[in-house]
Design a protein around this ligand. Structure first.
Ligand code: PXP
Length: 241
């Protein structure tokens, strides 16, 4: 069965709206794991708009399965990753003005730089992933960089404005999954996935993990974290492996 990793950034978004102590992403991660999540994801942004350094440190101590750290390819983040030692890091592009990550990382134009950047991280035993668009040149570049995993950006598919666009974006992702598998890369999918649009991947084998945040946290705000995670897992459980 494909795995589900739950991104708890937006629990921290609510907390930071009041610069308060609650809700705590550490508690949310605990409940998500209790409900069956295989991993917990946080994005420590340069501007610390939601997840704080304290959260990452505590999550490293409390997450029982896999802690995934999304991060920009900066020196500061490299140092934090080497100190915290999450299970996996995922490199993402980061712009201060964006509401959320807007597109995949341009790996193709930075192959040598990213290879160098990831070397100490890989050497310390942390798994690596690159968040990229489903383009052949980016997938091939990810393989050249030596990342074991990629996360294919599903945001353009999720945000499609009509059925024609949705089908076009879906086709690109499905082709990207195939290309990545031919390159022996392990494939995760993420961004904008929810309880309805995820069904498009139900018959696609070989997807390692779904990375989902907003839709689960949105549902959790109304019906609770455990139920929201369980309901997503009930869907994924029916998918091809
Ligand atoms: N994957 C990456 C690389 C992301 O940046 C995000 C958003 O933080 C997600 C997955 C999760 O996206 P969403 O919150 O839309 O489910």
């Amino acid at each position: 069965m494909p795995k589900l990793a739950v991104n708890v950034d937006h629990i921290a978004t609510i907390r930071q709206a009041r610069l308060a102590k609650e809700p705590d992403p550490v508690h949310a991660a605990f409940l998500a794991e209790m409900a069956g999540a295989s991993g917990i994801i946080v994005h420590l942004r340069e501007d610390r708009r939601h997840i704080q350094d304290r959260d990452v440190g505590l999550l490293k101590q409390t997450v029982k399965r896999a802690l995934h750290l999304e991060m920009a390819a900066t020196q500061e983040m490299q140092q934090i990753a080497l100190e915290i030692k999450p299970y996996m890091i995922c490199l993402v592009p980061e712009k201060r003005q964006e509401l959320t990550t807007e597109g995949g990382l341009d790996v193709a134009s930075r192959i040598e730089e990213l290879k160098e950047y990831l070397k100490p991280i890989k050497d310390s035993g942390i798994k690596t992933s690159l968040f990229i668009d489903a383009e052949e040149k980016q997938i091939e570049a990810a393989q050249k960089v030596g990342s074991e995993y990629i996360e294919i950006h599903t945001g353009h598919y999720a945000d499609a404005e009509d059925e024609v666009q949705r089908r076009t974006e879906l086709k690109k992702i499905l082709k990207g999954i195939k290309v990545a598998q031919d390159f022996m890369l392990k494939v995760n999918l993420g961004h904008g996935l929810d309880y309805e649009n995820i069904w498009a991947f139900s018959s696609i084998p070989g997807i390692n993990e779904y990375s989902i945040g907003h839709s689960i946290v949105a549902r959790a705000s109304l019906i609770g974290m455990e139920r929201a995670v369980r309901e997503m897992l009930e869907i994924i459980r029916t998918f091809a492996d």
